[in-house]
Design a protein around this ligand. Structure first.
Ligand code: GLY
Length: 370
């Protein structure tokens, strides 16, 4: 793989910065599950759906540094999530448990940890709407969000662990419905699909966090790209790979040269100046998932190159918060919820998490194919 020789060093330095920054956060706000900053400060606890990423980041930093302190903290923040395995109020159980208990189980093989993830996977599967064939969003049975593509993996995890074919079937039906109603022919995505839950009739595309129903919210595209790639990895269903590649093509064609997208690709020009570094981090990790699965070696090489481009950008100014001692997050210039003005031009915990995940994946790929 062709990577600028200096990139490895820059990423190593960046991870050292992340480790110091996250340690400072945990020491300053012990036990708090941070979500997005306000003027660079983790000033309040995050919403319950976001509680998986800080422990997920601690697990990743343990892997990257081998420092037992990160392992202790990862366990400390992971265990309190256990009762949420039965939480029917969120569609984000994949975010919550695949970043935490699944990583812990991978390290130890303890079946108790695996069973927590399996139970969460069954809870997630209970969101299935048989008429429309999708896992519904927290907003109600009529609603399908593109973000759920990043959470459907927990249903596949439970299917694999238990051999329960019904779970696999639910997950695949969800993926196929998402592809049919949310992914457009040019590879862009809608955030939300609205159904008649009684008949299953698809009514319209809609949005929650993007600019408009017919726009392309950058993080939604990122969740779709990564989610379809992971679902293809777990199922081998070719249409899912085609969908992830279609999303990747859209991203590559429309993203600015530095690899960091505007918060919505189709927002008016003046609003597109606001970027979303977290979407870039998710895409980098998603492209590194997709590259080894890609349908051609040319695509695989392109995906790796774009991922490297993104990481190179994020590892320096103006994105990496290094040098700004008052800033508590890792990546600046994320956008959580533009229209509600929440977490706009701030650090977002999932951006920091997927940045480290992507760097770890790149390091692994470099080991396998130096
Ligand atoms: N709702 C998940 C996100 O903000 O990406």
């Amino acid at each position: 793989m062709l990577v600028d020789a200096g990139l490895d060093d820059r990423l190593r330095d960046a991870i050292a910065f992340v480790a110091a920054q996250v340690r400072r956060t945990v020491e300053r706000y012990p036990g708090v599950y941070v979500m997005y900053t306000r003027s660079g400060r983790w000033s309040e606890p995050g919403a319950p759906w976001s509680h998986g990423w800080l422990p997920g980041l601690l697990w990743l930093l343990h892997g990257a540094t081998d420092d037992p302190w990160f392992r202790e903290q990862a366990e400390r923040y992971t265990w309190p999530l256990e009762p949420r395995k039965l939480d029917p109020s969120t569609h984000d159980l994949g975010f919550l448990f695949l970043s935490t208990f699944a990583r812990w189980h991978q390290l130890t093989g303890d079946p108790v940890l695996r069973d927590v993830v399996v139970t969460a996977g069954r809870t997630m599967a209970s969101r299935f709407q048989p008429a429309g064939e999708y896992l519904c969003a927290a907003t109600g049975p009529q609603s399908l969000f593109v973000d759920i593509m990043m959470n459907v993996g927990i249903v596949l995890y439970a299917a694999r662990a238990t051999g329960d074919e019904a779970l696999r079937d639910i997950a695949l039906r969800h993926c196929r419905t998402t592809r049919r109603v949310l992914v457009r022919g040019d590879g862009s995505v809608a955030h939300e699909g609205v159904f008649d839950p009684a008949t299953g009739e698809f009514l319209r595309q809609s949005m929650q966090q993007g600019y408009r129903a017919d726009s392309c919210w950058a993080r939604g595209l990122a969740w779709s790209l990564y989610g379809f790639a992971a679902a293809y990895r777990d199922t081998g269903e070719r249409a899912l790979l085609d969908t992830a590649e279609l999303n990747a093509d859209y991203f590559v064609e429309h993203v600015p040269a530095d690899g960091v997208p505007p918060w919505d690709f189709r927002a008016p020009a003046a609003e597109r100046a606001q970027r979303d570094s977290s979407a870039a981090a998710v895409v980098a990790s998603g492209l590194l998932e997709l590259a080894p699965l890609a349908s051609s070696s040319a695509k695989a090489e392109l995906y790796r190159l774009i991922a490297c481009r993104i990481l190179d950008t994020l590892a320096g100014p103006p994105y990496l918060a290094r040098g700004d001692d008052d800033w508590e997050g890792v990546l600046k210039h994320g956008t959580y919820h533009h229209s509600k003005r929440l977490g706009v031009d701030e650090s977002l915990i999932w951006g920091d998490h997927y940045f480290v995940e992507a760097v770890a994946k790149l390091a692994q790929l470099r080991k396998e194919t130096p």
